[in-house]
Design a protein around this ligand. Sequence first.
Ligand SMILES: *[C@@H]1O[C@H](CO)[C@@H](O)[C@H](O)[C@H]1NC(C)=O
Length: 355
Amino acid sequence: MAFYNSMSQFLFPLIWCSILICLSSGFPTSESSVSPSKAEQDFEMFQQWMAEHGRFYPNSEESNTRFQIFQRNLKYITETNAKRSKSTYGYRLGLNKFADMSPEEFTQTYLRPLEVPANIAPASSSSSYVQQQDSCAPPATMDWRKQGVVTPVKDQRRCGSCWAFGATGALESVHAITTGKLVSLSEQELVDCDPLSRGCAGGWPHNAFEWVVQNGGISKEEDYPYVARQGRCKANMHDGDKVVKISGYSKIPQSDDALLCATSKQPVPVAFNATDLQFYKSGIYGGENCPEGSTGVTHVALIVGYDSKDGTDYWIAKNSWGENWGMNGYFFIKRNTNLPHGVCALNAWAYVPNV
Ligand SMILES: *[C@@H]1O[C@H](CO)[C@@H](O)[C@H](O)[C@H]1NC(C)=O
């Protein structure tokens, strides 16, 4: 294979380095001195992973850097899974498509600390904003996917546009629930046109809803396709734009019960801290490392249902990192926790569009 040769160019210096470390320090006594066989094993996994994900690097310097990051991530994933094996949540990490990105790089590329106070003002002062009523009788379990009102998982790619995907997801579903027609909607229109959000640099679903109200609707995905970068606003250029219209949007009161009630009526976009989801593979994420009591959030996903397993209640959430992340693009996150803002603050900033 073509990349095998270029890979071996840097594997040998690496082994050679390890040997030198061993020679200069006597026998390896600590975990930190990597033995050649461990490096070889890791390298084999790296090659398999590269083949599986069709990943190629422009030069051996880049390959070398990526391999080192991969090794650190592999160590973290293995250690974290070992620690969690006794946990009832069954939350597992894996070598997914982000395995060659450092957590810092991942955070910078995919996550945005959403600036809370400044962005909340337009919502509550707008006439489109109405307070959600919270009386309902939610069924014991719910999965909107089974009703055929959720579009396939999308991929935001290298653009901090999670907020636009959360917004279109909510609009697609509420439209399908009320009309029986499932139409994929344009994130790109929101990225280009919503003046209250910042395109690929982050934003809020409720600001996107405000734009859809003001604009009188939102375009179909196929009429305004996703390009993963911000450009000039090209809204309302064709007949049939504004395919889905809404009258306004509501803030969901900050509690598990209110979110449950809202989710039993329609899928709900939530903002939360997703720092720990880089290597998520399966199971119920419990927000193990999220700062307790914080309302700081970095990402948006769409809650499309809820269920329980072995006494642990969880939300079913649709992400926008492609179908080859998590469980076919979805993840489970714990609910009914008594945390003031929910797991990783996901109860704090939930808004729904009203038709
Ligand atoms: C998100 O959680 C991580 C720990 O997983 C923490 O280091 C970070 O500060 C949190 N971010 C925000 C914006 O609260």
